[in-house]
Design a protein around this ligand. Structure first.
Ligand SMILES: Nc1nc2c(ncn2[C@@H]2O[C@H](COP(=O)(O)OP(=O)(O)O)[C@@H](O)[C@H]2O)c(=O)[nH]1
Ligand SMILES: [Mg+2]
Ligand SMILES: [Zn+2]
Length: 352
């Protein structure tokens, strides 16, 4: 596999130089299944496991990560020695009573938040995914799928556009022509698209429509791989023959946020605009005097459902942060390249 088609660029090369000097090879993690990885390298796709050192150092690689591997003929598996700095990373809180994070995908350019226009449709869930996206450093794109099951498409599109902020809104039916039309501008050599959304919204169907016949080939793993056939419990990365990289994620029954509160602010820009005029900088917009958000809500300038959703997400993160070891979280945060607020105001989208 050609590394450029996998998204390798000048920055990666620079970040990799110390590992190249040590004899490691670069590769992109294309599949993760219970701690076993498939890594695509210039010499083909290999199965790999992290070294003990990497396992103990903390953050393990996720699908989409660029890693340094050692390829030796004497071992049946390659070893992942290091993870290169990420340009973006999609994180959620692990399910259950824990404060741990789980990296769902790394180095994503466009994050497609897929909603089914059947009973999956839920504006509040879309807001939750948008907060996750704005925290990740990837630019969100909203994709309303199953248009064939919707009798008021223009109405839905209007509702979603009203909460989308800077994210573009597209519609599709998981049929090849429609999917191609909606996604074509994003399918560019070296650019990575990840698909998230509830189970059953059509993520795998969309990806199959884009891949056509090639899905089997991209699944190919060097001899010795014992992991057999595809199931949707795996996170996987595919390279399109005409350019573009796709990451499929298994459905998330419930997404719990693992983010900074400013990701929530970015998701509700109209509330944030009023918040800037509150008397107190640390105003929580619950009861403080001189709160511009409360005043705007009372005058009917804000959608009450949005205000409620905003508070709910902020409370959820506040509680998470209270439970977390704050220092550990800050350190962890500092380990990856923080994407600045300016990206949220000026996200990178293709022109078409
Ligand atoms: N009616 C309709 N069904 C769809 C569409 N896209 C996907 N589906 C169906 O929805 C079901 C779930 O799709 P799947 O791709 O597995 O969802 P995933 O869990 O998000 O990967 C399958 O039965 C698909 O055939 C669509 O646009 N319209
Ligand atoms: Mg699936
Ligand atoms: Zn306020």
């Amino acid at each position: 596999m050609n590394l450029e088609e996998l998204g390798w660029g000048a920055n990666h090369k620079q970040n990799f130089s110390e590992y190249a000097d040590a004899g490691y090879k670069p590769g992109r993690l294309v599949r993760e299944d219970m701690g076993a990885y498939a890594v695509a390298t210039a010499l083909g796709t290999v199965t790999a496991r992290p070294t003990g050192n990497l396992r103990h150092e903390g953050e393990l690689p996720a699908v989409g990560d660029w890693v340094a591997v050692s390829l030796t003929d004497s071992e049946s598996e390659a070893r992942v020695h290091a993870v290169l700095p990420r340009t973006s990373r999609l994180v959620r809180k692990k399910a259950g009573n824990t404060t741990e994070q789980q990296v769902v995908a790394a180095n994503v350019d466009w994050l497609f938040i897929v909603t089914g226009l059947d009973n999956n449709y839920n504006l509040r869930r879309i807001e939750r995914y948008l907060a996750m996206a704005w925290d990740s450093g990837a630019s969100p794109v909203l994709l309303l799928n199953k248009t064939d099951l919707c009798d008021d498409l223009p109405g839905r599109v209007e509702e979603v556009k009203a909460i989308a902020g800077a994210a573009p809104v597209h519609t599709s039916r998981a049929d090849q022509l429609e999917v191609d039309h909606a996604l074509r501008p994003y399918l560019q050599t070296g650019k990575t698209l990840a698909f998230v959304g509830s189970s059953g919204v059509g993520k795998s169907t969309l990806i199959n429509a884009l891949l056509g016949e090639s899905r089997q080939d991209t699944q190919h793993v060097r001899k010795g791989d014992q992991h057999g056939r595809h199931t949707t419990t795996w996170r996987e990365l595919f390279v399109l023959p005409d350019g573009g990289i796709l990451i499929d994620t298994p459905g998330m029954r419930e997404i719990q946020l693992w983010a900074d509160t400013d990701a929530v602010d970015a998701t509700f820009p109209e509330i944030e605009a009023y918040a800037e005029q509150c008397r107190f900088r640390d105003c929580t917009h619950n009861h403080e005097p001189g709160c511009a958000v409360i005043a705007a809500a009372e005058k009917g300038h804000l959608d009450p459902a949005r205000v409620e959703s905003y508070h709910k997400l902020r409370r959820e993160l506040h509680n998470l942060h209270l439970r977390q070891d704050h220092r550990a979280r800050q350190e962890e945060k500092a380990r990856w390249k923080v994407i600045h607020k300016s990206l949220r105001k000026h996200p990178k989208y293709p022109n078409w």
